[in-house]
Ligand binder design. Sequence first.
Ligand code: MF3
Ligand code: CO
Length: 260
Amino acid sequence: MIEILSPSEVAKARVTGALVADILYTLKSRTTVGTNLLDIDRWTKEMILKAGAESCYVDYAPSFGRGPFGHYICTGVNDAVLHGLPHDYQLADGDLLTLDLAVLKDGVAADSAISFVVGESAPPSGVAMIEATERALSAGIAAAVPGARIGDISHAIGSVLGAAGYPVNVEFGGHGIGSTMHQDPHVPNTGRPGRGYELRPGLLLALEPWVMEDTAKLVTDADGWTLRSATGCLTAHSEHTIAITDSGAEILTLPTGTLL
Ligand code: MF3
Ligand code: CO
């Protein structure tokens, strides 16, 4: 089902979006060499509950994972790119970390992901991958104007990722979002312009370009959730929730600058 939100529902989505972004940037500011992924999960839980919001993940049991997720945030290190299940691991200097968070507040969900390097020894190829996903996300957002189609967004994202030299996986991509985290339409990270559902004001989309350096093939970790690059190469992921408005796309998951 595709939901079109009323202006008052979009106003609620702005609040949820800012909360998701502020939690992510607070986590980024607290994360250093030696931080444990389970600390990040616990901090996330505390911030979600303090804000009177609910986790979209903890009870989530989709077909692509094993049982309820049981945690509050996805943490992917280096080759782990999607659905990274937090576990007992202390971050090392130069680790490339992806944090992906979705919460529900006042009945409206928002979903965002950031990738960054922990410590001082940033691998140049990892930095380039993060920047490519951020540029692809910006291009997708710029294409998300009323009257355009999902294929226009997919094409914009895929063109940037392809030009940067990365293979594109189409098993997982962006999605509609609203009263629940995952809704139609699916937004593949590559596609043909002019095809697919026509964008209209009140539609919320989570756009999420992600890449693996030298492969399009994913493997599932023994934990039943974490998706890693089949070759063990580095990966990156950037995601925003946007609202289609009369004049274009509004990014809902921008941090307000308040550390929580
Ligand atoms: N937020 C992720 C996405 O970007 C989905 C994570 S589902 C989980 O669509 F169960 F792994 F948490
Ligand atoms: Co998402």
